[in-house]
Design a protein around this ligand. Structure first.
Ligand SMILES: *Cc1c(COP(=O)(O)O)cnc(C)c1O
Length: 404
């Protein structure tokens, strides 16, 4: 199978010219393949943004936390963002010398002192949490923020990713602020944080920033920083960078704040793959089905949760090519379906498939439902060399279920 990759669309661009057969031969199946070169390109684009605007960029680790690759991103960023104690510790340990920021829906009494060992910036979700933990964090020299909810939904479709939806638990609304923020609490704050976007362009940021200013404009002059959260699809081709830069400069100049951005996916967008193999091919009525050794539910959970249809090398829209298949995992979940794709030749047992854009929200979110093995994680270095970072076995499944 001496077929070089010819697809130069973004998810597969980093493999253009690579011999697919040789690649598949070198890798186990299933297997995540992280692409160091693509990661560096994303990082460099972000670093130039930071240089031009003076904003500070953080890696939101919940999207991508394959720390073996942190040295590739480290020169491009100011620090990491964590969702709690463990990610904060990971950021402190694996991005030495960089800032550690944390936002959590609610902090725990039994963890908070340990969190103070790792975090530089601590962002609270509610005035009550700020009142409970803020004085201790302030005394420990931390920079404190409150996440606000500008009540400005800019996304359609992905309701589970909309923190501005009515009844949302994420962020403090203006009426909550007015009811609960005493002058003492306001005095504890160094900054405000908002996070309302998901895979969006900078027009949505602009709209959101205006909403933040409309609701919290009286507070901003006392703040020393403003964190724009994540969800900025900065490294996607066609993203409107000048508008983002405009938003950043506007906030810096109007409010005198330091601007932070904490994207997750943008750092590792299109910087990884999931290699899978066809285990069986069958037919049910008109539907051709291929069962793979990779599972949507276990190995690409956002395919079901978001939901979306992942990019597949050589896979067209259903009916576009002559042979259309529904690709599914080997689990017992009826809905463990990756999507319908068409091919130029029939699929056969043993065929290898390569899904694109699999570095984000995958390795950090996968699971062993049905006793499914976790795919190994490999890296493709910039010189084309392939290295295994980690592989998993039975004990990674059993070890989470009972006495070890
Ligand atoms: C998820 C999240 C991010 C990163 O979001 P991406 O969509 O991956 O860019 C940043 N900040 C907070 C608070 C988040 O919850």
């Amino acid at each position: 199978m001496a077929t070089p990759v010819r697809d130069e669309r973004p998810p597969f661009a980093s493999l253009a010219g690579v011999e697919l057969g040789a690649l598949f031969q070198a890798l186990p199946s299933p297997c995540y393949l992280l692409d160091e070169g693509a990661l560096r390109q994303n990082g460099e684009l972000m670093a130039r943004l930071a240089q031009r605007t003076g904003c500070k960029l953080l890696l939101a680790q919940k999207a991508f936390s394959n720390y073996d690759l942190y040295p590739t991103l480290a020169p491009c960023l100011a620090g990491t963002e964590a969702s709690g104690l463990y990610e904060a510790r990971l950021g402190r340990e694996e991005m030495p010398g960089k800032e550690v920021h944390v936002f959590c829906g609610a902090y725990r009494e039994d963890e908070f002192d340990r969190l103070l060992n790792y975090a530089d910036h601590i962002v609270f979700n509610s005035p009550r949490q700020l009142a409970r933990f803020g004085p201790r964090a302030k005394a420990a020299g931390k920079s404190l923020g409150l996440r606000v909810n500008p009540e400005c939904s800019t996304q359609e479709g992905h309701a589970i990713y909309d923190p501005c939806a009515p009844g949302s638990r994420l962020g403090t609304t203006r009426s909550q602020w007015d009811a609960q923020m005493t002058p003492e609490l306001v005095g504890l704050l160094d900054g405000l944080h908002f996070h309302t976007l998901c895979e969006q362009d900078s027009d949505a940021l602009e709209t959101t920033l205006q909403a933040v200013e409309a609701r919290f404009g009286d507070v901003l002059p006392r703040m020393s920083w403003l964190n724009f959260g994540g969800g900025h699809h900065i490294t996607r081709p066609g993203y409107d960078l000048p508008r983002l830069e405009g938003c950043t400069r506007h906030a810096q100049e109007r409010w005198g704040v330091e601007v932070y951005l904490e994207p997750g996916e943008a750092w590792a967008l299109n910087a990884g793959y999931l290699r899978a193999t066809v285990l069986d091919v069958l037919q049910n009525g008109e539907t051709n089905i291929a069962i793979l050794d990779a599972s949507a539910a276990c190995h690409m959970p956002d395919v079901l949760e978001m939901p979306y249809r992942p990019p597949l090398l050589g896979g067209g829209e259903p009916g576009e090519g002559p042979y259309t298949y529904r690709l599914g995992g080997p689990t017992c979940l009826a809905g463990d379906v990756i999507g319908d794709f068409s091919f130029s030749a029939p699929l056969e047992e043993g065929d290898s498939l390569l899904f694109g854009d699999m570095a984000i929200y995958t390795t950090c979110k996968n699971n062993t439902f049905n006793g499914m093995p976790l795919p190994a994680i490999w890296v493709r270095r910039e010189d084309g060399g392939l290295e295994e970072l980690v592989s998993f076995g039975y004990h990674d499944f059993k070890g989470r279920l009972g006495r070890r």
